[in-house]
Design a protein around this ligand. Structure first.
Ligand SMILES: Cc1cc2nc3c(=O)[nH]c(=O)nc-3n(C[C@H](O)[C@H](O)[C@H](O)COP(=O)(O)OP(=O)(O)OC[C@H]3O[C@@H](n4cnc5c(N)ncnc54)[C@H](O)[C@@H]3O)c2cc1C
Length: 373
């Protein structure tokens, strides 16, 4: 069957771009290896919607811009899933209160105030992922239980399983890649998240080294999250979960009486530079052949060679519910209207850096996708 766009991966990254494409009237098919959407990292998330504090970096500007965007979108399409009571932030264990408070100087546009020895952000909140997935994918055809392989190109269309479209967005998170994209330096950071049954009543989230949610309608609180690199077995570790509970108790002693009722785990997808990759997929094989001087540090000459109609949306790390709706919208605008994508988000930045680091062509294999010379 023919679609306008096929999105591979129904996590927050894939569902976000699918949402904006379907909203613009495109026929969108979303494929996932799991039976249900949000079966990967997205089912494990808190999903806390918190601002980033820092010294005004590019990442911080992106996250805080994206936060306003996602809060607005969620309020519009899934108000029942959005819990907005604010977040009370405290310094992380090795951070002094003084240097933590000094960071508020970089928060000009975000509402905040000093409160209870920390900084309170009244606009922050959390979203319930299971209820959000359905709202985002309304208007798309969802095909669950389908593991896609490398797409191939034939007569102007990409072929994926039994579907075809002139445009494909790959949003497969930290799962084994279906594209020849070793140059992106993709990695996963495993995390556990807890649901605790508690008598505690609080209307806002608190956050330091770990985050504890407001009391949810089912009288649980969410606690997130562990960060474990180099994990190969995608399995929840009860010991890591217990250590997370102890950290949460040290932040709020009243959780000593709480009982763990659920532990979820997931692999956060990250790129080499911990920024998302959003945009057209570069034809690395052609670039390596045509511009070998790039390996010696030369500048790109002319246009980056790209696969026709093939895009990537991945690498949202620990903030996918904050950043992916915004970058998904940017990508949809790019696909629909050739809207400009910021250079620091485009996947080709990773390819150019990779070439420079390699120094020699040929020491890395750049296979081409079938059907595109
Ligand atoms: C414990 C934990 C807590 C977190 N807390 C927060 C938080 O509080 N706030 C926040 O904003 N973020 C949080 N995150 C991060 C957030 O969950 C991720 O950034 C986000 O889920 C990544 O989304 P994704 O769509 O890129 O990946 P995923 O959700 O993993 O989606 C990728 C999808 O692609 C599918 N797929 C993969 N390969 C194929 C294939 N070949 N064919 C078909 N389908 C395929 C998978 O089945 C999966 O559904 C947390 C993450 C974890 C693990």
């Amino acid at each position: 069957m023919q679609y306008d766009v096929i999105v591979i991966g129904a996590g927050i990254a894939g569902a976000s771009v699918a949402h904006f494409l379907a909203r613009a009237g495109k026929r969108v098919c979303v494929i996932d290896r799991h039976e249900h959407p949000f079966g990967g990292a997205s089912q494990a998330a808190g999903a806390f919607l918190s601002p980033m504090m820092g010294r005004g970096s590019q990442t911080m500007a992106l996250v805080n811009r994206a936060l306003s965007f996602s809060l607005e979108l969620y309020a519009q399409i899934a108000p029942h899933a959005l819990i907005k009571g604010g977040v009370l932030r405290y310094p992380k264990p090795k951070e002094s209160l003084e240097s933590f408070l000094a960071l508020t100087a970089y928060l000009q546009t975000l509402a905040h105030r000093r409160w209870r020895g920390g900084v309170f952000f009244p606009e922050a909140g959390m979203i319930q992922p299971d209820q959000l997935a359905e709202a985002l994918l309304r208007g798309c055809d969802f095909k669950g239980g389908v593991a896609a392989h490398e797409p191939h190109y034939h007569q102007g269309s990409w072929h994926v399983a039994s579907w075809r479209a002139p445009c494909v967005v790959v949003a497969t998170g930290a799962y084994p890649s279906i594209l020849p994209d070793g140059w992106m330096g993709r990695k996963g950071v495993w995390g556990e998240r807890l649901a605790l049954k508690t008598a505690l009543q609080r209307r806002y989230n608190i956050s330091a080294a770990v985050a504890i949610s407001a009391t949810l309608p089912d009288q649980t609180v969410a606690v997130g999250a562990t960060h474990r690199r180099g994990v190969e077995q995608w399995r929840v570790d009860p010991l890591a979960a217990q250590a997370l509970l102890e950290e949460a108790i040290s932040l709020d002693r009243r959780l000593m009486q709480a009982e763990i009722v659920d532990i979820k785990g997931g692999m956060r997808p990250a790129n080499n530079d911990y920024l998302p990759a959003v945009g057209a997929f570069s034809h690395a094989a052609r670039l390596a052949k045509e511009q070998p001087l790039l390996f010696k540090g030369a500048k790109l000459q002319g246009q980056m060679p790209l696969y026709p109609g093939l895009y990537i949306h991945s690498g949202h790390g620990g903030r996918g519910f904050v950043t992916a709706p915004y970058t998904g919208w940017l990508l949809a605008e790019h696909i629909l209207k050739q809207g400009e994508l910021p250079e620091f988000l485009r996947p080709d930045r990773l390819l150019l850096r990779h070439f420079r680091r390699q120094r020699e062509p040929g020491c890395y294999d750049y296979p081409s996708l079938k059907g595109v010379e």
